[in-house]
Write a protein that binds this ligand. Sequence first.
Ligand SMILES: O=C(CO)[C@@H](O)[C@H](O)COP(=O)(O)O
Length: 232
Amino acid sequence: MTALDNLPPEVRDDVARAREKVARLHAELPRWGLVVWTAGNVSERVRVPGGEDLLVIKPSGVTYDELTPESMVVCDLDANLVDGDRGPSSDTAAHAYVYRHMPEIGGVVHTHSTYATAWAARGEEIPCVLTMMADEFGGPVPIGPFALIGDDSIGRGIVETLSDSRSPAVLMRNHGPFTIGRDATAAVKAAVMVEEVARTIHISRQLGEPVPIAAEHIDSLYARYQNVYGQH
Ligand SMILES: O=C(CO)[C@@H](O)[C@H](O)COP(=O)(O)O
């Protein structure tokens, strides 16, 4: 008997599907070169009709090749353990805070990917100088405040920064990128894309000052990519 047994069968099925999906998506982090050792995590919201939503996240400190659907941890949105054999990711409080304060968000990812984290170390936003950035981020990738792990500070910094931005990624100063999306797949894509543009624009700046894109062009590129691209 676990706390999940008190949930309706359709919610238990959703939790099982989320465990499969989140376990599979964690393999994308080393695949795209976004993590070393265990330094990254993925979660997905599980909506509970008439009740409190849940989240599924990896267990803390487990290497990606050892992760399985069964090892994924279920927590409530106060980061309390609901079901799991090990403690949840040390970033669970941040993920949970985002879910509590951004109801449209269904997935959260955190990595320490090299180039995005290098920009975070400098506390400098990534300027929108590529059409790929306008497509995916709708503008610059913003910097969030310095925040210590262990309470709601990181989550609050993520929400305060992204609530005023079209970007699905924030570079928490001196720490690294956190990304959000309608589901965990979208958040993982944003984590891949923020590392790619961080690297490209770093290289560009070694050659000179990148050329900015006019705001009206950023708007039209973002609108096309978000509403037309890939929907033929
Ligand atoms: O940023 C940190 C620690 O400072 C974390 O993101 C860890 O690097 C990953 O922790 P777990 O998800 O394995 O608990």
